[in-house]
Design a protein around this ligand. Sequence first.
Ligand code: N01
Length: 530
Amino acid sequence: MTETVDVVIIGAGFSGLYATYRLSKQYKVICFEKGAGVGGTWYWNRYPGARVDIQSVEYSYSFDDDLQQDWKWPEYFSAQPDLERYANHVADRFNLREHIRLSNAVESLRFDAENDLWEVRTAAGDYVRCRYIIAATGALSIPNEPPWPGREDYQGVIYHTTDWPREPMDLSDKRVGLIGTGSTGVQAAPILAEQAKSLTVFQRTPAYSMPSGNRAMDEEHERDWKENYPERRKEILNTWGTSMVTYGEKSAHECSEEERTQVLEKAWNSKSAFQMQVAFTDVMTDMDANEVVAEFIRNKIRGIVDDPETAERLCPKTYPVGGKRMCIDNGYYQTFNRDNVSLVDVRSAPIVELTKTGLRTAEGEYDLDIIVMATGFDAVTGSLMNMDVEGIDGIKLAEKWKEGPTTYLGYMIAGFPNLLMVHGPMTPGAQAQMITSGEWQVDYLAELIDSMEADGKTRVDTTEEAEQWWYEETQNVAMHMVHRHADSWYNAKNIEGKKGDFMIYVGGFPRFTELSRKAAENDWEGFDLR
Ligand code: N01
């Protein structure tokens, strides 16, 4: 028998869980989840050291005051098990499991234009028809594994960080190779170094990272947040990255050397990587101002790492601070002072192939028992592109997006009516704290659905003109920001062969929400309602 529901939600990560909560109050909802548990990112990413890089008092749901008052975070920056526990608690507390089907990946979506219904087919054989799809598929779900030759010859074990096994592993007699030094590699390195016999870090581009200052939650801090949640949550929505910062009031050029150091020392100890980006008014728009911050961080690295040559190799010099997601670490640079850790530069001598016993770079061979790929993700579009999605007139999403994604405000794709996205391409993505910005987007989409229902509309699409406007806004805003000088997953330049347009909106969350609200208030301008 064919099931028909109002809304199918794809993904039971933090946004999908909230969408399930929000929409199941009024509508018949099914949420399909590929994993065997809820939590999305925090279900899959269980590599050693996996931990959130925003304080948990902020990186948490705001939709239910009892929840935010009751829940106790054991540390300032929660580790993966605590975040997964939180996701499970939310699923249980709000009875969401009755709507969620685990281990059930959506394989295809087909729009039936005669009836304004989507046909959803899943790996477990479910076939469901629904009026709306909410794709909460996550920006970072499809692993990027560079196709080095020789993989089948390698006799050790390879793990991408997102597929780390659930069972504990004894690494004490293992020679581990870690490829990649983005946020993931920077978190994994210190723990792998402690656990493994040896750790070789293969670095192509060094990261900017600052200390998290993580520690057990202190009662005073927790009480302060819990007493002030309503105002703080509101304030957060008005910050560039939906995370609490204190905006610098002066340009870096207006400050004396002494003032600059004072401001930057404070930012360095602030427990927020976004703080470094707003320490002066022009860090994210002026390359010279940015260089002041960059050199401050390089000097910190030089001060931490004992071997001057290694320190210099760890210093990022080819792109601006904040151009890629800045990292926040628990002893990353200190790791390179250990006797069992070495750093290999694979920019000057790239990895050529995997061998029977390890890997070969252009300069030498490395024997490794385990290779950890912290090589990032086919970000933003990967998960939707992996499904067979067919819109009006048989148009395939893979075909439409083959040169790169286009969307209207990140929520909709022209020709794919009633398919709504959270954290879709050209939303602020990880340039905003994902739980809060996800809640905001879900509320916005729920408002759209509610208004359609109230007006008796059955179809919402967008137009190519609206997509073109948003494309230009997204690319233009990036041209005013230092992001344009960095290759990263924000502009798809982390994956060979991609066009390199910005897939992340870097104009800040307040501007994104302002434009979204303006569209809603102008009778859903840019949305084509029928
Ligand atoms: O991925 P990345 P990530 N040869 O793409 C390297 C979020 N996150 O998983 O820079 C050699 O940033 C690549 O080198 P290069 C956060 O939003 C959050 O680390 O391309 N190296 C780079 O060093 C983050 O931005 C949290 O030159 C290769 C690394 O692999 C996002 O996830 C924790 C290579 C990939 O870095 C992604 O972070 C973790 C090759 N062929 C992640 N290909 C928290 O909240 C790639 N690399 C804590």
